[in-house]
Write a protein of this length. Structure first.
Length: 94
């Protein structure tokens, strides 16, 4: 049963940190291809005949979700740490 909780909380942490991955990817992609990227709007970014501007803008703006999801990821990590320490304490008790 513990493995289910650890798996669920680990998955929750990964989901909560996904906006950070989106921001890092969009920043890297825009810098690599010389595209302008900021929160003010969507600017043309045509690469190999495909316009990536809306995708980059959406991924970059998703970073604002970190205001909610980053503390939630910390809460999940604290719960996992508490579960781990409680399990260790119970095993050491005679």
């Amino acid at each position: 049963m513990k493995k289910v909780f650890y798996t669920a909380f680990s998955l929750g942490i990964l989901i909560c940190l996904s906006p950070l991955v989106a921001v890092l990817w969009s920043s890297w992609f825009a810098a690599r291809h010389g595209c302008r990227l900021d929160e003010a709007g969507s600017y043309p970014c045509v690469i190999n005949g495909h316009d990536w501007s809306d995708t980059l803008s959406s991924a970059f703006i998703s970073g604002w979700f970190l205001i909610v999801t980053f503390p939630l990821a910390g809460l999940f990590a604290a719960i996992m740490l508490g579960m781990f320490l409680y399990g260790r304490w119970r095993k050491r008790r005679p």
